[in-house]
Design a protein around this ligand. Structure first.
Ligand SMILES: *Cc1c(COP(=O)(O)O)cnc(C)c1O
Length: 407
């Protein structure tokens, strides 16, 4: 396997991209699906934004440094990664808040329909936000949460919105976006796709799938840093019909006219609410340049290669770990998960040895594959460390069982 890994690394067209990242020495980082590694260009960009644009330019920088257009500029960079039509993505707020924006907009576009459909593999915040919105709207809607395999058959003529995360955050299972979108639309429903574990991980084709709305995260595969702004997509055919519930002044047609009544801005800009987070957007803007010129099909092929090597190495050395992810990369995101009852302690032992993944309750250890800065050699190193921890029960120590606030 070592020789095979070395050969694949030698032939890797993305190998040079690692230099764009500040990967800490001695660490194999398999958690870029949770918080991406910092691109080296970010600190200088943030320093410039803070010291020059803010420090010297002050209020003038809204125009002179282009702060006011950052949501659209960053949105355009993300749009290329997710197959969005030009001008249909804005970068703002958190994924949770953006879910609220697009779900409230979608429900208004389907008056008379009261059912929202999601699945048990969705990330809880999406479900929580939907539950809060339903209460706010007077408990007239119902949220159905079914098993991921049962989604297609649960679509019916009463459905208002199909709200799914494309890639399951625990197992990495990937929904068939074009097929489910077509089925929901044939029933007269709208679709919302959460791309938190898709954007920057493999090619997404929102326009090709005919998706209605999408949202996603800036700090995972997009490497925008902790709490980075998220993004929202509205298909061009819906943009002028969207009536934002979070109708803030930055989404107004003329924010600096200071009218007393709200009028939505044209297009995707109406999904802006308040003043953009300029420092966070600047970091994300610089971070996104690592994707410049990257063919996402090549990225996905390397992800599949890294993951296949990891699965093979773990299968050969760790009989107690149960694969929780699909083997076929066509129906999987860029992660591999295993189930093991002592998963939390196993992951702590791994982290103590410099292999960073994460744990998701109740029993999942999760490894993300970020092809821009990972090599096949590192993946084999990680598998060897995991094998030592499992075979020698190195996880079985009290300090590895103390749960931190963030897992
Ligand atoms: C990570 C993630 C989020 C995070 O939401 P925040 O509001 O940014 O905390 C939302 N949805 C999914 C599917 C995620 O994986």
């Amino acid at each position: 396997m070592r020789r095979e890994a070395a050969a694949r690394d030698a032939a890797d067209p993305l190998a040079g991209r690692r230099d764009l990242f500040a990967v800490p020495p001695g660490i194999v980082y398999l958690d870029g699906n949770s918080l991406g590694v910092m691109p080296k260009a970010v600190p200088a960009r943030v320093a410039r934004t803070v010291e020059t644009e803010w420090g010297e330019g002050l209020i003038r920088s809204w125009n002179s440094a282009g702060w006011i257009d950052l949501p659209a500029r960053v949105g355009a960079k993300i749009g290329r990664l997710i197959g969005a039509e030009p001008g249909s993505v804005t970068a703002a707020d958190s994924t949770s808040v953006n879910l609220f924006k697009v779900l409230s907009a979608a429900l208004r576009l389907r008056p008379g329909r009261t059912r929202i459909l999601s699945d048990r593999g969705n990330f809880p915040t999406d479900l929580y936000m939907a539950q809060g919105l339903i209460r706010l709207l007077g408990d007239r809607h119902r949220l159905d949460v079914v098993a991921p395999e049962a989604v297609a058959d649960a679509i019916g003529d009463d459905l208002a919105v199909l709200m799914l995360t494309e890639v399951d955050y625990r197992t990495g299972r990937r929904h068939d976006m074009p097929a489910l979108t077509a089925r929901a639309q044939a029933a007269g429903a709208l679709t919302i796709w959460d791309l938190a574990h898709s954007a920057g991980a493999f090619p997404v084709d929102l326009a090709g799938a005919g998706a209605d709305f999408a949202i996603g995260c800036g700090y995972k595969y997009l490497n925008g840093g902790p709490g980075a702004p998220a993004f929202a997509y509205v298909a061009p055919r819906h943009q002028e019909a969207v009536e934002p519930a979070l109708s803030g002044w930055m989404g107004h047609a003329a924010p600096f006219a200071f009218d007393l009544d709200y009028r939505p801005a044209a297009g995707i800009d109406r999904l802006r609410a308040g003043t953009p987070s300029v420092i966070g957007l600047s970091a994300l803007d610089a971070a996104l340049d690592v994707f410049e010129g990257v063919d996402l099909a090549v990225l996905a092929a390397k992800s599949a290669s890294l993951a296949a090597l990891f699965v093979a190495a773990v299968a050969a050395t760790c009989p107690d770990l149960v694969l929780a992810s699909p083997r076929d990369p066509a129906v999987r995101g860029s992660q591999i998960s295993f189930r093991t009852p002592e998963g939390y302690a196993v992951m702590q032992a791994l982290i103590a040895r410099g292999v960073i993944g994460d744990f998701r309750a109740p029993d999942i250890i999760r490894f993300g594959f970020t092809p821009l800065y990972l090599s096949h050699g590192e993946v084999l190193d990680a598998a060897a460390t995991l094998a030592a921890i499992m075979s020698d029960r190195l996880w079985d120590r009290p300090e590895f069982k103390v749960r931190a606030k963030v897992t």
